[in-house]
Design a protein around this ligand. Sequence first.
Ligand SMILES: Cc1cc2nc3c(=O)[nH]c(=O)nc-3n(C[C@H](O)[C@H](O)[C@H](O)COP(=O)(O)O)c2cc1C
Length: 185
Amino acid sequence: MKIDLKPSTYLAPVPAVMVTCGDARENNIITLAWVGTVNSEPPVVSISVRYSRHSLPLIERTGEFTVNLVTKELLHATDVCGTISGRDRDKFEAAGLTRGAGRAVGCPYIAESPASLECKVIKRVDLGTHAVFFGEIVNVVADEAVVKNGRLALEAGRLVAYENGKYLYTGEQAGTYGYTAKEKK
Ligand SMILES: Cc1cc2nc3c(=O)[nH]c(=O)nc-3n(C[C@H](O)[C@H](O)[C@H](O)COP(=O)(O)O)c2cc1C
């Protein structure tokens, strides 16, 4: 038997990332799970930021943000950056993270992250509780160690996902894109 539940935000799993924002003088980190890839050319990601967040006016003012991918080693810092506000603490200091000077945007990236997607806001949509910013990825700052033939090649299972209050490591590789097309009939 199927039951109808009250509509809610059950979509899962989603990525957990740390987004940096601001400029060289005033900047912040916010942990976000309501993020997505929404266009290929140009490459665009969306981030959904609740109106009460300290980060929101920083993103609005500069029109820039950076999405820093999160590995297992960064889980603790990710939770710290999602539970305290930049209004009260310097989160780089609180989470033990290092600022890298932005390359194509003014906000710093997180040096400990294997890959940081530098974005410029191309659109903002307000939906009630959250502002959704669409950011065109204008540069990707990546660790040499995770780049193969000019592309990001992170080992499977090292990234962190989020499922309704629980953190997950993405786990074992289960297949590759299009593998069913290669199966023998
Ligand atoms: C795993 C996780 C995911 C989160 N996802 C979001 C999100 O998608 N949007 C949002 O506005 N806040 C999200 N938060 C909450 C913010 O990270 C949190 O309120 C933070 O303290 C805000 O920081 P700020 O006030 O410095 O901007 C999330 C927190 C955690 C721990």
